[in-house]
Design a binder for this molecule. Structure first.
Ligand SMILES: CC(C)(COP(=O)(O)OP(=O)(O)OC[C@H]1O[C@@H](n2cnc3c(N)ncnc32)[C@H](O)[C@@H]1OP(=O)(O)O)[C@@H](O)C(=O)NCCC(=O)NCCS
Length: 169
């Protein structure tokens, strides 16, 4: 589990916009990263994905039974970011013994540009490294410029490949 006291960004802005007179307003909210818990977290996470914009495609693999199936493998690679008891970010990772994969990195709109996406990715990459994962992949749609910038700045390299998919079931 990782946590981070906000050091001068999100919580300071909120304090300025809100009530700065009460003692409670002086307590910085903390972002906590923890492993996704099924089924308790499912509806909040689904709502976050559905509101994340076109970069997160919610499909049949996100149905409860499919998420449950995914958690039979690598449950600790599905992370949520929480602040004040509310889930505000997610990343869903996997490892097949050869490569890692990253799905559904998403931060709730009101909490973006505050380092939470970076925190989630750092923790997922650390957990993959701990397993001995040499290389990891992720998919970004061509028009998702913000995310392309985000990943490239963090060492992810575009690969000159086509991605093929085939429905098996
Ligand atoms: C992509 C996404 C997850 C990034 O999350 P995020 O929490 O906004 O990411 P971060 O805050 O860690 O980083 C974003 C930018 O904010 C900057 N930032 C970080 N902390 C900051 C702060 N305190 N103040 C201002 N900017 C800050 C970062 O430096 C970064 O900018 P940079 O890339 O120019 O350095 C988020 O934009 C999102 O949910 N997008 C929609 C879903 C999506 O498309 N997901 C990707 C699927 S492939």
């Amino acid at each position: 589990m990782a946590s981070m006291a906000r050091g001068g960004s999100w919580w300071v802005r909120k304090m300025i916009e809100g009530d700065t007179h009460s003692t409670a307003a002086l307590q910085p909210p903390q972002v906590t990263l923890r492993t996704f818990s099924f089924p308790q977290d499912y509806s909040a996470v689904l709502e976050l994905w559905e509101q994340a914009g076109p970069g997160v495609h919610v499909g049949r693999s996100d149905q409860p039974e499919e998420i449950h199936k995914k958690l039979q493998r690598d449950p600790d690679l599905f992370l949520v970011a929480e602040m004040g008891g509310r889930i505000i970010g997610t990343v869903l990772g996997g490892y097949d013994g050869r490569r890692g994969i990253v799905y559904h990195l998403a931060v709730a709109l009101a909490y973006r540009q505050d380092g939470i996406g970076a925190l989630l990715m750092e923790e997922l990459e650390r957990r993959l490294q701990d397993r001995g994962c040499l290389k990891c992949y992720l998919l970004v749609t061509l028009d998702n410029q913000d995310s392309i910038h985000f990943y490239e700045k963090r060492g992810w390299q575009r690969m000159p490949l086509y991605i093929y998919g085939k429905e098996l079931l």
